[in-house]
Design a protein around this ligand. Sequence first.
Ligand code: HEC
Length: 198
Amino acid sequence: MGFKKILTTSIVAMMISSGLGSHALAAGPAQFNDKGELLLPQNYREWVMVGTQVTPNELNEGKAPFAEIRTVYIDPESYAHWKKTGEFRDGTMTVKELVSVGDRKGPGSGNGYFMGDYIGLEASVKDSKHFANEPGNWGFYIFYVPGTPLVAAAKNLPTQECAECHKTNAKDDLVFTQFYPVLRAAKETGASGVLAPK
Ligand code: HEC
């Protein structure tokens, strides 16, 4: 086998093993299966964490509309694009983890809401080909909500169920940047460190 052939073979093998097959549409980390379902992203804990929200059950008559603590991530290349342009590029993916409130007393840090267990996982993908007719070209997914098992691939959810509220209430292109200080500080500034609030 000549060098060129070996090179081609290994590039093809790399593409297959990294999932860059026919299911990848826009640039970005989202991978879809043959049924068009979004595959559970494997490495999102290595993405950029943009914000955390706390809506504990005890401040919501025992049952918060959104489970108690949430942490939101964005894929690193889309974060870099956001820093430069202030826009979410085609292919942007976000992941939201839901965590229960665990302890309410910190040893030395005071009373409060400390993270307990993982109880949910949701995601959104901006893809102009896949979601040409959806608001902002965003698609929404649930991999895991309290009381259901984690799935390896998730179906796209109807616009009214998810996108509608995001479209009405989120500050930037259906994304709740008003709750993500990391994205606010970085928007078009290139800043990735601490910035004093404007
Ligand atoms: C009633 C309003 C509302 C509905 C309906 C809603 N969301 Fe959200 N979503 C929010 C808010 C508020 C945030 C900001 C973070 C937080 O508080 O959890 C958010 C954040 C997110 C994020 C993080 C990125 C971003 O866009 O800010 C994802 C992913 C997400 N939601 C997925 C979903 C999915 C999947 C559904 C449908 C099952 C859904 N959302 C339905 C209000 C909503």
